[in-house]
Design a protein around this ligand. Structure first.
Ligand code: HEM
Length: 552
């Protein structure tokens, strides 16, 4: 795809910059469990994440296109069903979030929401990606990731298979989900290469193990339960398996035994014979499982890493300069002190400019399979590049040791028609409601018909959604002078300063003195609600003529 694209950029970053955004730190190392201080519970995030994705998908009904990957598993009604016993789903509801926007207060209800979901990456996308990262980082194959799942507004019909059910109902359940009998055998084996059965959840299947290194008494499906490999098959075929759903004392709940043996062990034997076949089968079937979505939902193409990706691009007006900062990531490169990377940019006056970029880090991801190097626009000891605001910027390109990277001649668009200004202020909580003022700079030649601020909140069922606030146009100079005069009468000479800083009033906008040669300032005064305060993703939108744009 062509950069920038808000949705694809966000999906791409979450998929491929997993070590930077912190997502993969939950499954690297693979044996960690977010709720277990000592690392000795016998449980793991990897297993929870994969099981969660399956239980979210397993409601799918191929006949009517309902259910599937839509994050309906987050509803307590679904979690309360016998088919969803265990605490794993609550966990993935990202209570463990290290990050931003964790807890949102809505009415009297405290809703826990995923820190990695956003208006561009649904909670269901995050659940799918969690399973992919678990497999990816822990010895498994690369599973193609698409975005665009839509979060359900209510629980789905029940439909997750349970261990005490018979083979026919399992075959029927997988057929309803869109999988054949052979695919059922495969998919169960792919999932059950991780984790196991907990005593607390299934006391009739697993006894108390009294093991200080397995305090939650989890009977694991194979001997390498935080690692993707074909041991689930080799141990089953060799007859050495300890899988509690194969050799459990109560045969009624030995569902893996019935499923694995349902074709005379042909499929399991093929997996035991070939780790490569097992891995490729799992990549295909788990990919299909994660892409099983309600009818009408359109997924994106597979999200592949951009070879050259600008990131964190920021333009802020400060007086007569534009503070320009950002990073660029080069995929599949390793650190090389002799490499020179330059940023080239065009400006509004026809100028071509350049700056040498600084190496910041080399990052590996996907269990060491991928590497990328990052360079920053910021000069040493400077938080940004200073651009003359009149000249501004239109398009960027990069030169890596003289090789031009310009998206096949398109360049990387860096429009500065609407940007935040450094004079924006945030006034901390004085009487319960913090206040802030966004100063927003618009190029004079744009003549916008509408400028708005966009940010993110959660709706009543926790879905990330965008909210917009219109930024009022600046008032006329005449009006301004009148207001200024009134303000001076009340507050003396300090009135100007006061007026400029004043929040909460429509007429704080657009004083002519705040205009540089070709930029005017609008300002929007906000009383931040708790939701806005905890949320993120503030960005600006602008309409003019038939054009519309959005700037972060
Ligand atoms: C007939 C189908 C299936 C049945 C009856 C079944 C049953 C179970 C049971 C009883 C547990 C123990 C849960 C706990 O103690 O918390 C479990 C765990 C698990 N299942 Fe399945 N499962 C099935 C299919 C699948 C599929 C298709 C996947 C994924 C592709 C999957 C992935 C997992 C994982 C990763 C765990 C480990 C969870 C943990 O250790 O926290 N299962 N399964």
């Amino acid at each position: 795809y062509v950069w920038p694209s808000p949705q694809l950029d966000a999906l791409e970053s979450l998929r491929w910059d997993q070590a930077i955004d912190g997502f993969a730190t939950f499954v690297d190392p693979c044996d960690q469990f977010a709720f277990d201080g000592n690392g000795n519970s016998g449980r793991s995030n990897t297993a929870d994440w994969i099981r969660t994705a399956y239980h979210d998908m397993a409601t799918y009904n191929v006949a009517d296109g309902t259910g599937g990957m839509d994050a309906s598993i987050r509803f307590s009604e679904e979690q309360a069903r016998p088919e969803n016993v265990g605490s794993g789903f609550n966990n993935i509801n990202l209570k463990d979030a290290k990050a931003k926007c964790v807890v949102l207060l809505m009415n009297t209800l405290i809703v826990v929401a995923g820190p990695f979901s956003s208006r561009y990456v649904s909670i269901a996308d995050v659940l799918a990606l969690a399973a992919i990262l678990a497999v990816d980082n822990c010895g498994g194959p690369e599973i193609p990731f698409r975005g665009g799942r839509v979060d359900a507004g209510e629980p789905n019909a029940p439909g997750v298979p349970q261990p005490q059910q018979d083979l026919d109902s399992h075959i029927a359940a997988f057929a309803r989900q869109g999988f054949t009998q052979t695919e059922m055998i495969s998919l169960v084996a792919c999932g059950h290469t991780f984790g196991g059965v907990q005593h607390a959840v299934f006391p009739t299947i697993v006894p108390e193990l009294n093991d200080p290194n397995n305090t939650e008494s989890v009977a694991h499906f194979d001997s390498t339960f935080v690692h993707f490999d074909n041991n689930v098959a080799t141990e089953y075929i060799a007859g050495t398996t300890q899988n509690p759903l194969v050799v459990g004392l109560n045969d009624t709940t030995n569902s893996d035994k019935r499923i694995f043996g349902s074709d005379g062990n042909v499929t399991m034997r093929s997996f035991a014979d070939s780790p490569v076949l097992f891995a490729s089968t799992c990549a295909e079937l788990m990919g299909r499982m994660l892409d099983t979505v309600p009818s009408g939902v359109q997924l994106t193409d597979v999200v592949t890493p951009l070879p050259v990706k600008p990131d964190h691009i920021s333009l802020i007006l400060d007086g007569d300069t534009l503070q320009f900062s950002g990073d660029v990531r080069f995929w599949n490169l390793t650190e090389d002190p002799n490499r020179t990377v330059r940023l080239l940019w065009d400006d509004h006056l026809g100028g071509e400019n350049n700056a040498t970029l600084r190496f910041t880090q080399a990052v590996t991801g996907s269990g060491g399979r991928n590497t990328a190097v990052w360079y920053t626009f910021n000069p040493a000891n400077q938080p940004f590049l200073s651009l003359d605001a009149t000249a501004g910027i239109t398009t960027m390109r990069f030169a890596v040791d003289n090789k031009l990277e310009d998206q096949g001649g398109l360049g990387f668009a860096a429009p500065d028609d609407v940007v935040f200004a450094a004079s924006s202020c945030f006034i901390p909580n004085t009487n319960g409601i913090p206040t802030g003022r966004w100063d927003i700079a618009v190029r004079n030649d744009i003549k916008p018909t509408r400028v708005y601020l966009e940010y993110e909140i959660r709706d009543s069922v926790d879905r990330p959604i965008a909210q917009e606030i219109d930024v009022p146009p600046p008032c006329l100079a005449q009006q301004w002078e009148r207001l200024l005069h009134m303000e001076r009468r009340t507050h003396g000479d300090s009135g100007l300063q006061f007026l400029y800083r004043r929040c909460g009033s429509r007429w704080c906008q657009g004083h002519p003195k705040q205009r540089t040669a070709n930029i005017q300032l609008l300002c929007l005064c906000l009383n931040f609600s708790a939701t806005q305060l905890f949320c993120r993703g503030f960005c600006l939108g602008i309409f003019w003529g038939s054009h519309a744009g959005r700037r972060r």
